[in-house]
Design a protein around this ligand. Structure first.
Ligand code: ASP
Length: 440
């Protein structure tokens, strides 16, 4: 029987969601229940189901991945390469943002800082301040303290992926260095957990079209047409700058890396990753998308579990190209609007903090706002200034999260190719077998 591929189903759901969201808006209801509330409910259900998978999936995948890599030397090489790749692409992304925002100068209108035109109202400023809390540059150290959490259960309960990753790395490494019967049993146990988690991911993904429909319809229904028209005049150029920079990274930089370094066909890679990209777009969360990203990279692209189980969970929190780029554009835009002199030192500070915070912030919706608050503080601008970009943040979050996830998948492919893996992105199986073979 003809069955539409999952990414087409999701794409259709996305288009229908835009139509439904526009038609119903926030207020329309049936039997006294608003459509908006229904979208909210179904969307949350889908997000919860995805998040439910994260802790056991991340732990089992990293533990199996690390134990499968074997010697400390091989692990060191893979780790070094992964970090170098992440830092390099993060830097390129941040510079792309810097160049675009300097070229377009969205914060300057007719040669004057656009502060007045942006009309930062007290209400907007207060909303922003509330959302980001009392963040300061000292939060930057907290970000790195999270890598060594004092309590692993608490880290897991709070979705603190960095801490979970450190613990799982250590566990996987030492698991292979204990006596045979114990290490064997542990290997079997974690492999079993991993495979079960992938099966549950399959099940959750069957509901993806419905989940995506609800999430996107909610965003569209929440848009106020008058407010949108006003925004187009004030932050329209900022929006365009972010989109241009994101597009450049997604269709020029990363495909070039795939082609020249990974020696794979970028177009095939886009197609193989379609489901993960659409999920990232709809959820605006790289962490929630992680189970889907792993499925796509292993099943559709054919990257080994050994590489993907290490590179992807780490990438979901550490490698955020879209976020780094966005933070840079947003901070410079606000600085331009406030008439701050953009010296080399200021721009350097912005680039550095954007890169560091993109490594540290969690893969959850609106995480960038917190990071931008840290940058604002460092360059001496009031936190309330973030109120200017608040209204367009959600839409841009969807696009930048898709780029974050795309960056992780490119990393997995390029690193796997560098490690000599063959057969990547050769063909896309309809229903590939689970990555059940021990990769040890
Ligand atoms: N929503 C983004 C992500 O999950 C983080 C951000 O706000 O930039 O990847």
């Amino acid at each position: 029987m003809f069955k539409l591929k999952l990414h087409w189903q999701i794409l259709i759901a996305l288009v229908l969601a835009v139509v439904a969201g526009l038609l119903t808006g926030r207020e329309t209801d049936v039997f006294n229940v608003s459509f908006f509330a229904m979208y909210d409910f179904v969307g949350d259900l889908f997000l919860n189901a995805l998040k439910l998978l994260i802790v056991p999936l991340v732990m089992s995948s990293i533990i199996c991945g690390i134990a499968g890599i074997g010697s400390g030397g091989a692990l060191g090489r893979l780790g070094g390469m992964t970090f170098a790749y992440y830092i390099l692409t993060g830097l390129i992304a941040t510079f792309t943002g810097l160049v675009v925002v300097n070229l377009i100068s969205p914060g300057i209108v007719d040669g004057e800082p656009a502060r007045e035109i942006l009309g930062l109202s007290a209400a907007k400023g207060a909303a922003a301040a509330e959302q980001i809390g009392g963040r300061s540059a000292s939060d930057l150290t907290q970000v790195f303290l999270d890598m060594v959490p004092p309590n692993i259960v608490e880290a897991a309960a709070n979705g603190q992926l960095l801490g979970l990753i450190t613990f799982s790395l250590l566990f996987g490494y030492f698991m292979t260095r204990i006596e045979a019967p114990f290490s064997e049993h542990l290997w079997q146990l974690w492999q079993g957990i991993f495979q079960v988690m992938m099966r549950i991911t399959d099940l959750v993904m069957k509901f993806a079209p419905l989940g995506v429909f609800a999430l996107v319809a909610k965003v569209v229904a929440g848009i106020d047409a008058d407010e949108l028209a006003g925004l187009a005049q004030t932050v329209g150029l900022f929006f365009v700058s972010v989109m241009l920079a994101l597009a450049f990274h997604a269709v020029v930089t990363l495909p070039a890396l795939l082609f020249f370094v990974g020696r794979v066909n970028p177009w095939r890679h886009y197609r193989a990753m379609a489901t993960a990209l659409l999920t990232a777009f709809s959820t605006a969360s790289s962490s929630a998308t992680l189970p889907v990203t792993m499925e796509c990279v292993e099943k559709n692209a054919g990257v080994s579990n050994r590489i993907s189980s290490f590179v992807l969970p780490l990438g979901a929190t550490v490698n955020m190209n879209g976020t780094a780029l966005y933070e840079c554009v947003a901070a410079i835009f606000i600085a331009q609007a406030y008439g701050l002199e953009l010296t080399f030192a200021t721009q350097f500070t912005v680039v550095l903090i954007a890169l560091l915070t993109s490594i540290g912030v969690a893969g959850i919706p609106a995480a960038s706002l917190v990071a931008i608050a840290i940058i604002m503080q460092a360059i001496g601008l009031p936190l309330e200034a973030i109120g200017v970009i608040l209204a367009v943040d959600r839409i841009l979050d969807m696009f930048r999260t898709a780029l974050n996830v795309f960056g992780d998948t490119c990393a997995a492919v390029v690193i796997a190719r560098h490690e000599g893996e063959e057969g990547i992105l050769q063909d896309m199986p309809e229903q590939a077998a689970l990555p059940s073979e021990s990769t040890r």
